[in-house]
Design a protein around this ligand. Structure first.
Ligand SMILES: *Cc1c(COP(=O)(O)O)cnc(C)c1O
Length: 395
């Protein structure tokens, strides 16, 4: 048995998928976003599980991610949301992967490649409405429409845009983006472009704007059991599929005044028990995204936190769960070993603990156990491009 592992409950992902489906407007379908290795859960495993449940459309950021899903048995439609390189386009066309296009020149190049192969390239048009990333600006619509008329090997499957502030309580910016989107789509239609499908919603907009569901909703966050922001909590019954576990590998009773860890930042205030757990920065534990204040209150919190840290008090630090009880880190997180003050909690060496590690930060080499229908699959750790793939049965 490993000393550190991650359990991913695919039944929980399927449960979340069904929750999302239940709120879709009639006529709308879910495009399951499984980018960034399904937000760390494992794109191959998540997509396989959802495909079995009838999910017919997936979305990822890169061509690489899409090709890996195809190789690993995903036969459903796959849309690449990000920009792509033309060297990859022959493969994309051969493997029936849908591309996002944001530039007129791309249409001509893609058409040339597709006609060379003798197979139509399927694209979604990305329209820029306020995200400021990629997409056709409104002044490009005429040349876009003209290019599409000239390109017989291009099939437009849809048009979409992406909301920058979907999770914000103030809806005005999102409504403005939506208006621009609808304007651009009707312009394109007026110019003779047929748009079979429209899609604008991410997880946040899916919950807040049912009237914007259109043909597809592109949701990822909700499938992983998270809400786009705390204000959405309770809108669905979501299950968390992600648990990181480790075993205590060293346990020591210590007297009052014992130092622990680098820089001796911890000193026991009374006799206690210190536990060593084989987890640290190298695994993604104790790493926090850079704190950027989202307002004045937030700024104050960050300042207070930093001042407290200067005096040796770590506020709001991760706690681990030992027998269901929260236990604090003693001192600094190490590279692969971290000490915890287990205090009064009775335990033995080898006892399991539950740890917080962000999904997208968790090192891919940590063993993953996938649970589905009472079976456990163990992922062999093989890196292929950005994703770790291959699952096999274990007992
Ligand atoms: C990531 C992404 C989504 C999904 O967003 P969630 O908030 O995770 O549901 C949808 N559309 C685009 C273009 C994205 O990049």
């Amino acid at each position: 048995m490993p000393d550190l592992w991650i359990e991913v409950d695919l039944d929980a992902v399927i449960h979340n998928f069904k929750q999302v489906i239940s709120l879709l407007r009639p006529g709308a379908e879910l495009m399951a976003v499984v980018k960034a290795d399904a937000y760390g859960l494992g794109a191959v495993e998540v997509a396989r599980a959802l495909q079995e449940e009838g999910c017919s459309h997936f979305a990822v950021t890169t061509v690489d991610e899409a090709l890996i899903l195809r190789r690993q048995g995903i036969t459903a439609k796959i849309l690449v949301l990000g920009p792509s390189n033309q060297e990859d386009w022959p493969d994309v066309i051969e493997k029936d992967i849908e591309l996002t296009v944001s530039q007129v020149e791309s249409i001509y190049t893609l058409n040339q490649i597709a006609s060379g192969i003798g197979k139509t390239a399927v694209i979604h048009l990305k329209l820029e409405t306020g995200m400021g990333r990629t997409g056709f600006m409104p002044d490009k619509l005429v040349s876009l429409a003209n290019s599409l008329k000239e390109c017989a090997f291009i099939e437009v499957a849809g048009a979409y845009t992406h909301f920058a502030r979907g999770a914000q309580r103030d809806h005005s910016y999102t409504r403005g983006q939506h208006e621009k989107f609808i304007f651009c789509v009707s312009e394109l239609e007026r110019l003779g472009v047929t748009i079979p499908a429209k899609h604008v919603c991410n997880s946040a907009a899916f919950l807040d704007f049912p009237e914007y569901h259109y043909d597809f909703v592109r949701a990822g966050t909700l499938l992983g059991g998270h809400y786009p922001s705390p204000s959405f909590e309770g809108k669905l019954d979501l299950k968390d599929p992600w648990t990181v576990k480790a075993r205590i590998i060293h346990l020591q009773k210590v007297p009052k005044g014992t130092y622990a860890g680098y820089q001796s930042l911890y000193k026991s205030k009374k006799a206690t028990t210190l536990a060593v757990v084989p987890v640290g920065y190298a695994d993604g534990f104790g790493i926090e995204p850079k704190l950027i204040p989202q307002g004045i209150i937030d700024l104050l919190k960050i300042i207070v936190k930093n001042i407290a840290a200067l005096f040796g008090f770590q506020l709001g630090r991760e706690k681990i769960l030992l027998k269901g009880r929260p236990v604090s880190i003693a001192g600094k997180v190490g590279m692969q070993l971290t000490v915890f003050d287990v205090g009064e909690v009775e335990c033995e060496c080898g006892e399991e603990v539950v740890l917080p590690i962000r999904r997208t930060f968790a090192n891919p080499r940590i063993i993953r156990l996938y649970k589905k229908n009472g079976l456990v699959f163990r992922k062999r750790i093989i890196q292929e491009g950005f994703l770790s793939i291959n699952t096999e049965y274990s007992q």
